[in-house]
Design a protein around this ligand. Structure first.
Ligand SMILES: [Ca+2]
Length: 328
């Protein structure tokens, strides 16, 4: 990250992107929900009735086939990290915190990542690599809470977590400053801007420059979804890959079960072999100056971390995303 986004420039950039980018459109929450009332069109839907056949069981091994759940992590076991498959990095978590604590969402423990004053990266940042690359859609969901008093300081964004794709696992990094070709890689990160509002940060072949596109997660035309310290959020990010030759890729974000951001018409690839290969949890302060580092030592807590090829939802809280369907 070499950019600092000032408010005015940010708004202009958002306007240009929303109105001027080929094939992309932002759908606000109300519009998105109206869209989803129509029969399954394969364009992403919301359901108000959870129908997953899964209530967040800790028995993720038993459920991984039936529910298309690749990873369910509740951080209850001492050796939880042994379940995770990784490539470069480590499983997520600098440590765990035990109940009773407001930082445990469910069960007896949650995990935390810890940002250190003056640093970009955080202790406990990690990754999960699905056993088989995902061709179509992936849903990454977690309960997330920022430590009370959490601050982004003067950093231009805080990268929370992301989905990485590539023709090979070795290609699945962000690629700062270089535009994907459609035949190498793509990257989507969910981030918080300096105003604690959520945005997608997307490296894709149709991006406007060498740097990725930043697109706010719109609750309505005038309001962007955000996070605040002091409460737990159910956060779910979906990436649906496009069919090569067709700009039908999608991104969606649900916050506490409500659609909080959606982009249609994306092109992530021009070849089938460019698949979803890594999931990252970063808690990374960007860009690249000392002003873009954590202003103090502070933690981000996560619980019930799920990676699935089907919608997951909030286990009875709010509505449940559904209708990821298939591109094919
Ligand atoms: Ca737990």
């Amino acid at each position: 990250m070499g950019r600092r986004i000032f408010p005015a420039l940010y708004c202009v950039a958002m306007f240009v992107f929303i109105n001027g980018c080929a094939g992309n459109k932002i759908v606000d929450a109300e519009k998105g929900i109206r869209d989803t009332l129509e029969p399954n069109s394969g364009t992403g839907q919301l359901s108000t009735k959870p129908d997953l056949g899964w209530e967040g069981s800790a028995d993720w091994n038993a459920r991984r086939t039936a529910g298309d759940i690749l990873l369910f992590e509740d951080f209850e076991e001492d050796n939880y990290q042994e379940k995770w498959t990784v490539h470069w990095g480590k499983p997520v978590g600098a440590g765990t915190v035990s109940a009773p604590s407001r930082y445990v969402f469910a069960g007896k423990r949650s995990a935390y990542l810890e940002s250190m004053q003056g640093r970009h990266d955080s202790l406990g940042a990690g990754e999960y690599v699905p056993e088989h690359p995902i061709d179509n859609a992936v849903y990454v969901r977690m309960d997330l809470r920022l430590e009370d008093g959490f601050s982004i300081g003067t950093a231009n964004q805080l990268k929370l977590f992301g989905i990485r794709g590539g023709i090979r696992i070795e290609d699945t990094y962000g690629g700062a400053g270089s535009k994907p070709t459609g035949r190498d890689k793509f990257s989507v990160t969910l981030g918080l801007d300096n105003w604690m509002k959520l945005h997608f940060y997307i490296y894709h072949p149709d991006q406007r420059s060498g740097w990725g596109d930043s697109v706010g997660c719109s609750v309505s035309y005038f309001r962007t979804a955000g996070l605040s310290p002091g409460k737990w959020y159910c956060v779910e990010l979906m990436l649906k890959n496009n069919i090569p030759g067709t700009k039908n890729g999608q991104l969606a974000l649900w916050l506490d079960g409500q659609l909080a951001g959606k982009i249609d018409g994306l092109r992530f690839r021009d070849e089938d072999t460019v698949k979803i290969r890594r999931i990252t949890v970063e808690d990374y302060f960007g860009g690249n100056t000392v002003r873009d580092t954590s202003p103090k030592n502070q933690r981000l807590y996560i619980d019930n971390f799920v990676v699935s090829t089907k919608p997951v939802g909030c286990f009875g809280r709010g509505t449940t995303p559904s209708g990821g369907g298939s591109n094919r």
